[in-house]
Write a protein that binds this ligand. Sequence first.
Ligand code: ADP
Ligand code: TRP
Length: 400
Amino acid sequence: MADKKEIVLSGIRSTGNLHLGNYYGALSKFVRMQDDYDCNFFIADLHALTTNPDPRELHANVKNILAEYLAAGIDPEKSTIFIQSDVPEIAEMYLLLNMHVGIGELMRTASFKDKARKALGIGVPAQGDDDEAFEKEIIGAATNKRVNAGLLTYPTLMAVDILIQKAHKVPVGKDQEQHLELTRRFARRFNSFYGVELFPEPANFDFGGKPVKVPGLDGSGKMGKSEGNCLYLIDDEKTLRKKVMRAVTDEGPKEPNSPVSQPVQNLFDLMELTSAPDVVQHFKDAYADCSIRYGDLKKQLAEDILKVTLPIRERILDIRNDDAYIGRVLRRGAEEAREPASRFPQALWNCWWRFPFLSRFGGSILQIPPPPSLREPHGYTCPRPYGSSPLLFFPPYRGF
Ligand code: ADP
Ligand code: TRP
């Protein structure tokens, strides 16, 4: 029998169009993994709810990201592509897993602190992180400035996405490492609490090199939606050229072999991702001997980025117009994703009912084998049809 492929799972929140950072940091990796792994890629629409988006925007974003996944080369014949809320067992397991998660560990998560501070309109303290003041701010916040509980339990939901598919590899950027660490901790805790080996511990995945960080063009660190400095896959030629030509630079090197400033380094970094090595070298040499003209560099960079993005843009526009195709991909993906996921609520309830006493005596130490239903598919299928989750599915959520 052929070796079973390892399971890969990753997702992107439906909070806006995908940009070059998402492409090089996540999407292009997804595409490259498809032949060697059992791949599952989804659109994290429930996670997007944690920032209370306008429902109409959420709906449009889900469709757009799906079109962007497909246009970038994720192939529904090779990978399972689905929408998170099409798998209602995720919401169910999220409730169950939350019973094993501490609010302290959630409150210490960097992404929570970041988003909570944004929601409350408070800055990061100048001197280190003041947990006590932060907690007071949250508890005492006026209701119009609330930090919603979904934001706090974001890592539980992400852990469920991963664990419910029993994923081994999770290709994500560096910023998601802490969430992955929590996922491993929750998996261990759950397995040991019930004395079972239900969940594997997932690891990040990269193709050997160091994780890519795509810089912004405004001289700042990272390209990101909330930074407002993105080159989008859907940008048309004129828009994209304009953005690149406006990129922040400096006055240029005055002496041979001068150190490179951050904004100019960002342009070189982008070039490394998109241009041929001899082109990059040409501009680096020109920088070193002070003959560089940033206008020429930007023109070349825009050209090379467009070679990557324009064909994707054309496919996005085609796919967005093909609701029948989108519908077929989603129906198939929902069925495929629900197949393993539908076993879990039952498996978890089995743990709960069969071994409520074990935890008190250290279930894992007793080494009692789990019942067959926890190890094998046991034929349980959730009676609900996909897409019936009451969470989001008021009309007209899906026009496809
Ligand atoms: P954003 O920061 O624009 O809101 P997301 O948080 O939705 O993007 O990220 C989705 C995926 O894309 C994650 O795996 C993340 O690590 C990756 N990603 C986002 N921005 C970048 C970037 N500038 N460089 C590399 N990877 C990125
Ligand atoms: N938190 C991830 C992000 O912001 C998105 C995400 C949600 C995810 N669930 C996931 C990524 C499960 C990988 C696996 O980018």
